[in-house]
Write a protein of this length. Structure first.
Ligand SMILES: NC(=O)c1ccc[n+]([C@@H]2O[C@H](COP(=O)([O-])OP(=O)(O)OC[C@H]3O[C@@H](n4cnc5c(N)ncnc54)[C@H](O)[C@@H]3O)[C@@H](O)[C@H]2O)c1
Length: 244
């Protein structure tokens, strides 16, 4: 049956793969992202509804979620994919404003969307699934990336917190935790054959970055009935990086 799936950060690199994967299974996909050319391009895709939304604006989040649910007869799946991932620095150097910005989007924004969507699902009395996009960095530190990684550790705990509270309502909450993903942006930051890419690959037993389509497939699985016995997990899609 076609479900309504809200994907935050849907205009980004992984967002495009998530949109394609849920659309391919026949779901109605609504993407929510910051206004701008990337959202305009994503909105031009057939059968995709695009909503301009800043997830750090809790009032706007509530209004958008209510509208999306009323336009589509409810909301079945939420994918919390929006995130800030390019602000980095060491503990001694990172400006406090940067870690505030990271936590505002990655943690508080994700919380606000989760809260608004869960209220809709609970009021409707229908089962639902939430998939958060975490990162294995939440469990394995890399020098200079700890502010972002700390936000993803918080996402893993938010996943467990929401899972235990929503279970009674038939709402499952899980996360996918990718290692570095081979998005178009990654191919600019770390081109094929570059020293930076080789350094990452050396940490990954399967010697490949995460394919965005494979990360999306894991999210589709966790949101599917085939995963109806799974809640509160954060599933690594990391080529085995957490093993070493
Ligand atoms: N790229 C990687 O290597 C990697 C690895 C592990 C996890 N992740 C996670 O995957 C998710 C997607 O990352 P990506 O690689 O596609 O990056 P991306 O920058 O291409 O996508 C992130 C999207 O989030 C949106 N966004 C940022 N702030 C927002 C806000 N306040 N409100 C609404 N939307 C906002 C951006 O506009 C963008 O479209 C993120 O949560 C990221 O932390 C990425």
């Amino acid at each position: 049956m076609a479900r309504t799936v809200l994907i935050t950060g849907g205009a980004g690199g992984l967002g495009a793969a998530l949109t394609a994967a849920f659309s391919a299974r026949g779901d109605r996909v609504v993407i929510a992202d910051l206004p701008g050319p990337r959202l305009d391009t994503a909105a031009a895709e057939p059968a995709v509804e695009a909503v301009a939304l800043d997830i750090t604006d809790a009032a706007a989040v509530r209004a958008a979620v209510e509208l999306i649910a009323s336009d589509n007869g409810g909301l079945d799946v939420l994918v919390n994919n929006a995130g800030l991932l390019h602000l980095h620095g060491s503990v001694v150097d990172l400006p406090v404003a940067d870690i505030e910005a990271i936590f505002r989007v990655n943690v508080i924004g994700t919380f606000a969307v989760t809260q608004a969507v869960a209220r809709q699902m609970i009021a409707a009395g229908t089962p639902g699934a939430i998939v958060n996009v975490s990162s294995i960095g939440g469990r394995q530190p890399t020098p200079g990336m700890g502010a972002y990684e700390s936000s993803k550790a918080a996402i893993d705990q938010l996943t467990r917190w929401a899972a235990i509270e929503f279970a009674a309502h038939g709402i499952r909450v899980n996360a996918v935790a990718p290692g570095p993903i081979d998005t178009p942006m990654m191919r600019i930051d770390m081109p094929e054959g570059s020293a930076a890419r080789e350094q990452w690959l050396a940490r990954i037993p399967l010697r490949r970055l995460a394919d965005p389509a494979r990360v999306a497939a894991a999210a589709v699985f966790l949101a599917s009935d085939e995963a109806d016995g799974i809640t509160g997990v954060s599933l690594p899609v990391d080529g085995g990086q957490l093993l070493v």
